[in-house]
Ligand binder design. Structure first.
Ligand code: UT7
Length: 356
């Protein structure tokens, strides 16, 4: 049935003047937001417990030299007993909000990107909202693994520009030590814990360029929880740790992600010469080096290498690396950075941002 026909058959109702009008003919009011959005504050939380390769190799059949050479990781952080995804999110969020200089009550939406919140439902985000004093904010989690934070930045900036929220909080957080098999040679030395957060809000000029994103479901199982919860229940399979086809993901990242990063630069109308920093997902130092080479980054562009001491923290890796570049003065406040997340899905998202 066509819309027109549907209208003509609708019952009538009264408008403000009392005159009847057919249902469905009234217009919907909308809201408009800020002309531009940007990242106003960044925060990070690194768990106190530092774990070196020797400790990892007490259980894993590997060695410090191999891990450093093949991944670039020297140490990583593991969350302490009872230190949850929500706890780490709260800590990172508080720092981001302080840097942004806003009242938590002004936050209209909280997006938590994570794959290691240990409840199927509800999401972690509503608890984070309560903890930080944004009690009534819309709050939900997204599952885009290592690309989750960059997906969240996209959603948040669109919300601010459309008027759905004046300020939005994006958190990337993982406690991957819970979902890693310490004896698995393909993952045990890589994955780690931590949280990073960003406050997105209105800005004078554009602070977040167009996002280039996408997915490749043909490689859905290249990084995945080993078994579904249903199979775990019905087949008594034990804890379903995350497993990874390392070489498949490595090749995809090295050859597929530099072009995505280049498209994000092109979409933002900037070149590598304009960049102050390159902040790719901290998956493997060799992947970071290969991408930097393909992009032909000038020597004065700071390259995030937080993986060395943070490991691969999936959704938390890009904001953690961003916070560190700023804290250590390796990238200037207000500078331009190209950020890129990629991982399970397979999924990816990249955008040029102005550093807070
Ligand atoms: O965060 C989401 C995105 N994730 C990524 O982007 C990760 C992408 N993948 C990787 O970073 C790499 O594939 C790994 C770091 C996971 C593995 O490195 P690799 O260079 O791809 O190792 P490989 O699987 O090709 O193995 C190379 C050699 C093999 O020995 P042979 O056959 O050459 O004698 C393995 O048996 O290294 C051996 N090996 C190990 N040796 C010591 C594999 N794992 C280990 C280990 N310790 N943990």
């Amino acid at each position: 049935m066509s819309l027109l026909r549907r209208k003509s058959h609708s019952p009538t109702s009264a408008d403000d003047s009392g005159a009847p009008h057919p249902k469905g003919t009234g217009s919907i009011s909308t809201v408009s937001g800020a002309r531009h959005a940007g990242i106003l504050g960044i925060g990070a939380y690194r768990p106190r417990r530092v774990v070196d390769n020797h400790e990892i190799c007490q259980v894993l059949d590997s060695n410090d030299e191999w891990i450093r050479e093949r991944s670039g990781i020297i140490t990583r952080h593991f969350a302490g007993d009872g230190e949850s995804v929500v706890d780490m999110s709260e800590a990172a969020a508080r720092d981001a909000i302080a840097m942004a200089g806003i009242d938590p009550e002004q936050i209209g939406c909280i997006i938590v990107a994570t794959v290691s919140h240990p409840y199927q439902t509800p999401a972690a985000a509503p608890l984070v909202a309560i903890r930080i004093g944004a009690d009534t904010a819309a709050a939900f989690d997204i599952s885009a693994a290592c690309a989750g934070y960059c997906h969240g930045i996209t959603l948040a900036s669109d919300m601010v520009r459309s008027g759905t929220a004046e300020y939005a909080l994006v958190i990337g957080v993982e406690r991957l030590s819970d979902f890693t098999d310490p004896t698995d040679r393909g993952t045990a030395f890589i994955f780690a814990d931590g949280a990073g957060a960003a406050v997105i809000g209105p800005t004078e000029s554009e602070g977040i360029g167009p996002t280039i994103w996408g997915s490749d479901g043909n490689n859905w199982d290249a990084i995945a929880q080993r078994d579904s919860w249903i199979d775990v229940r019905d087949q008594d399979l034990g804890w379903p740790a995350i497993v990874m086809q390392g070489q498949t993901v490595f090749r995809w990242a090295v050859w597929g992600m530099a072009p995505v990063a280049q498209r994000a630069l092109d979409a933002a109308g900037v070149t590598v010469a304009d960049l102050d920093a390159f902040i790719p997902h901290q998956a493997n130092m060799r992947i970071i080096d290969a991408m930097a080479k393909q992009l032909k980054l000038p020597a004065d562009v700071a390259i995030a290498r937080d993986i060395e001491t943070s490991g691969n923290t999936s959704a938390a890796s890009v904001p953690l690396a961003t916070e560190r570049l700023l804290r250590e003065g390796l990238a200037p406040r207000g500078g331009l950075a190209l950020q890129l997340g990629f991982g399970a899905g397979l999924s990816y998202a990249a955008q040029v941002i102005r550093l807070p």
